[in-house]
Design a binder for this molecule. Structure first.
Ligand code: AMP
Ligand code: GLY
Length: 422
């Protein structure tokens, strides 16, 4: 089977690594890929992965049998629709179904129709009525730009002043079109965790749980990032809570999406708030999380290909996940300054000496090879990912690898997993 993976971050490196372990995988191509991915797959750095026609042409030219779409941007532009229309087996939702991530108001409407537990909400297209709603409900309260805003469109306001300032920012165009409509939500309390489910239009198959660390600083302080580390499983998402989330949130959502004529295919990233054993939906993403994917792939290994193929072919009801009773952790090495301004181009040394096996992997998130030297080319640069019989064992492996990497321009959080490990 010739496989094309779209994307070029740590998520796609881990997908490529897992897929490659499956004997079914013949040729593996990743577009655009990165320097780490180039060590295990053929990369196509010049393909515009948001251009459906170009991707279809590329898949035809390269006799691709199966396409796995990593990031949300090509899903939002309908690349998976173009691929499926051209007859390619594709893992990733349609443009219509990707609205579950692209529009917060859409997701809330679907939840209401599905009677899925989530925060109470209202939508606004003008500042005056949004502010009246805030004055009426008081703080804390959550203000969200409706559209995709690169993870920056959510303000959890602890005071009414913060909330009204967020309204002004959004309607002044700070988030572009994403902020033309605003969703205001009830503030939920509890512990957050992520639940990953494969979907084939009707059946939902859980493939793991994770928790990430969004803040840049130790002790969960400082500005939000795309994620500084993650681990799997998430203890708060016990089997019982997962079962409730599946029955009360995921399955009714899939049924509602099918009823609307836009069945959901692919992976659904279910962001949950859990309080007293009861899960409520915070958000959906229509792709694997980054870096959550890295810990899931570390635990699933080569079966990930069979599972994604079964989802794309509508065979999940006859498919099982084989779990080891293990734990995985990923620690993000980022460029100093991230999530603010940072330098590109610094050299990263010491990677060659590190182990690369089913318990220790360095996935590349933002790297380029320049004259034979691996260099940093992004904010989040490496994802040191490990597995162990316990989370403590995985953690010790991860930080031992990090200590062997020579990259003075980088930094990481030293407390990934603190909720579990103390
Ligand atoms: P989202 O992009 O919708 O996941 O929001 C980003 C983060 O904001 C979430 O991971 C939560 O930490 C927080 N958040 C979003 N909505 C709520 C809510 N209704 N109540 C409390 N926190 C929230
Ligand atoms: N790590 C959060 C995300 O991928 O959205």
């Amino acid at each position: 089977m010739n496989i094309l993976i779209l994307g070029g971050g740590g998520r796609e490196h881990s997908l490529a690594w897992a897929v490659k372990q499956n004997p079914k995988c013949d040729r593996l191509i990743v577009a655009p890929g990165n320097a780490g991915i180039a060590e295990i797959a053929w990369v196509a750095p010049d393909l515009d992965i948001e251009d459906g026609e170009a991707v279809v042409q590329f898949a035809e030219d390269n006799s691709v049998d199966f396409v796995i779409v990593g990031p949300e941007a090509p899903l939002a532009t309908g690349v998976s629709d173009d691929l499926r229309a051209a007859g390619f087996l594709t893992f990733g939702p349609s443009r219509a179904a990707a609205q579950l991530e692209a529009s917060k108001a859409f997701t809330k409407e679907v939840c209401d129709a599905a009677r899925a537990p989530t925060a109470a909400w209202a939508r606004f297209t003008d500042a005056a009525s949004a502010k009246a709603h805030i004055a009426h409900n008081g703080a804390p309260i959550v203000v969200k730009a409706d559209g995709l805003a690169a993870g920056k469109g959510v303000i959890v306001a602890m005071t009414e002043g913060e909330a009204t300032a967020a309204i002004d920012d959004m309607f002044s165009g700070q988030f572009g079109d994403a902020g033309a409509e605003v969703v205001i939500e009830e503030f939920m309390t509890g512990e957050e965790a992520s639940f990953f489910v494969l979907c084939d239009g009707t059946t939902a198959l859980p493939i793991g749980t994770a928790q990430d660390h969004k803040r840049v600083g130790e002790g969960d302080t400082g500005p939000n990032t795309g994620g500084m580390g993650a681990y799997s499983p998430a203890p708060v998402l016990s089997d019982g809570v997962a079962e409730r989330a599946l029955r009360e949130i995921v399955e009714p959502t899939l049924a509602e999406m099918a009823r609307r004529g836009t069945p959901y295919f692919g992976v659904l990233y279910v962001g949950l708030m859990i309080e007293n054993g009861a899960p409520r939906l915070v958000e959906y993403n229509v792709r694997f999380g980054d870096p959550e994917c890295q810990v899931l792939m570390m635990r699933l290994g080569g079966q990930a290909l069979d599972l994604m193929q079964a989802a794309a072919e509508g065979r999940l009801s006859e498919t099982a996940v084989h779990w080891a009773d293990d734990h995985a952790m990923t620690v993000v090495l980022a460029a100093r300054g991230y999530p603010g301004a940072y330098e590109k181009g610094s050299a990263i040394r010491g990677l060659e000496a590190l182990p690369e096996d089913s318990s220790n992997m360095v996935f590349h998130a933002g790297t380029r090879e320049i004259d034979g030297q691996i260099t940093a080319s992004g904010g989040r640069v490496l994802n040191v990912t490990t597995r162990g019989a316990t989370l403590a064992e995985a953690r010790d492996r991860a930080y031992a690898m990090i200590d062997a990497i020579d990259w003075p321009e980088g930094f990481c959080r030293r407390d990934i997993g603190w909720r579990v490990l103390g």
